[in-house]
Ligand binder design. Structure first.
Ligand code: FAD
Length: 402
């Protein structure tokens, strides 16, 4: 396989797929992306490209486009049931969830598509049904029955990746973290400001409201839910489960219930991580959430997707044999994935108190953590933003000629 004529197929047109396609094209590969949906899927909440992903976004020339559609969120406030502010973490606080490159997921997906659509072949309404590989190539059978040949196939089709199942044949890599989440978009209300608002209710429930850049508000409902119950849930149960969790949650929960009752589209899933012992099998591989979803709890899904895509393309560009590229990539990426996926002890459970007293304690703790003294200490201990952008687990982020 040489770069000049190598053909690479990517499944999934979200963050990981188009970022990989961008860098592969730059390195001289011929790339096709297939997407199962009939068009780009532009749903989702605010996300951010942090650490080395921020640097990669800069190298891709994305920073002005991201800043142009950024939500300009001021930071996050912890509020009680009367909307009284218990703690505030401004954007520059190291514990704030608001990042410098905050952007709606759909806006980033669109920006990546616009950046790559001239150089890469996109096919929507397409997915892989069968993969057969030999020493020379991969034969791909698509859902419409057509068969094509590629040098490599990379799955970038998300946490529930069907392509991963085709390659590795089992689904045991999904590790449920005991939390369910529902995302929806609701009409803006006078209480919505340019601060995200985090409300903890008793019985292990959290509601997060964030004004977006489109004049609406993005809402997340999160709650602890046992694994055994989660495994029994059917899609038709999701709505009633979320409504039951909102029913007596207090604060602004009724805004969300009303939107759900009116039929507002709601995305629901269990929160989990993908921990896969293998990322490659011969000429087949996977990146992004399909390979190593860290879960929204870490807030680093986009970061891992972009860093993994950049490194994989780079390693393929500097190795003659794809096997060497895959193993070199894994040597760089695995330690980084493991550090991002590592959750501090007690996370997520400690954030979800069951009693009213527990809620009061958590809110008091948030108040302490938001103090100037804590901010100063954390800022002294953590690397500067510039250092974090250039580094991957303490090593310099590799450059591959661009
Ligand atoms: C609709 C949607 C909304 C999301 N909202 C949030 C959010 O609010 N907050 C958050 O932290 N994360 C969210 N995520 C996940 C987030 O995008 C990822 O954690 C991160 O960006 C890594 O992206 P990825 O490209 O690896 O996977 P994803 O972003 O999950 O993208 C996978 C892509 O593959 C496509 N696909 C699926 N199956 C196939 C198939 N068989 N063949 C071809 N294509 C396929 C999907 O339609 C999708 O476009 C969302 C993902 C999706 C798809």
């Amino acid at each position: 396989m040489t770069k000049q004529n190598a053909r690479i197929l990517i499944a999934g047109a979200s963050i990981a797929g188009p970022t990989l396609a961008y860098w592969l094209h730059k390195h001289g590969f011929e790339v096709t992306i297939i997407e199962k949906a009939p068009a780009l899927r532009l749903g989702g909440q605010s996300i951010d490209a942090s650490g080395p992903a921020r640097q990669i976004a800069r190298w891709m020339g994305l920073e002005p486009a991201i800043r142009a559609v950024s939500s300009n969120e001021a930071g996050i406030q912890w509020v009680d049931k009367n909307n009284h502010i218990e703690a505030a973490f401004p954007r520059d606080h190291p514990l704030s969830i608001t990042d410098e490159m905050e952007i709606l997921r759909g806006d980033l997906v669109n920006i990546l598509y616009e950046l790559t659509r001239q150089q890469v072949t996109y096919r929507f309404n397409a997915q892989i049904e069968r993969l057969d590989q030999d020493d020379q190539q991969v034969s791909v059978t698509f859902s419409d029955g057509q068969c094509e040949h590629y040098d490599l196939v990379i799955a970038a089709d998300g946490i529930r990746s069907k392509t991963r199942k085709l390659i590795f044949e089992d689904e045991s890599v999904f590790k449920y973290l005991g939390v369910c989440v529902a995302y929806l978009t609701i009409p803006r209300a006078p209480t919505d400001t340019n601060w995200a608002r985090w409300y903890t209710a008793d019985e292990s429930r959290i509601i997060l409201l964030r004004s977006d850049s489109k004049g609406t508000t993005r809402a997340s409902v999160l709650f602890l839910y046992p694994q055994t119950d989660f495994e029994k849930l059917a899609p038709q149960d999701h709505k009633s489960l979320v409504l039951s969790k909102l029913a007596d949650a207090g604060w602004e929960a009724s805004r969300l219930s009303e939107a759900i009752e009116k039929g507002e589209e709601m995305y629901f899933d269990g929160i989990g991580q993908i921990k896969a012992p293998q990322w490659f099998k011969g000429r087949l591989g996977m990146i992004g959430d399909a390979a190593y979803c860290p879960s929204p709890i870490t807030g680093r899904g986009v970061t891992l997707a972009m860093v993994g895509a950049y490194l994989l393309a780079g390693e393929l560009s500097r190795h003659q044999r794809f096997e060497d590229a895959f193993s070199s990539y894994e040597g760089l990426m695995r330690p980084y994935v493991e550090s991002v996926q590592g959750l501090p002890p007690g996370v997520p459970e400690l954030l979800y108190p069951s009693s009213a007293t527990g809620v009061a304690i958590v809110n008091k703790l948030a108040g302490l953590l938001s103090s100037r003294a804590v901010k100063t200490v954390i800022n002294l201990l953590k690397p500067s933003a510039d250092q974090a952008d250039q580094q991957l687990n303490g090593l310099a982020l590799p450059r591959y000629g661009f």
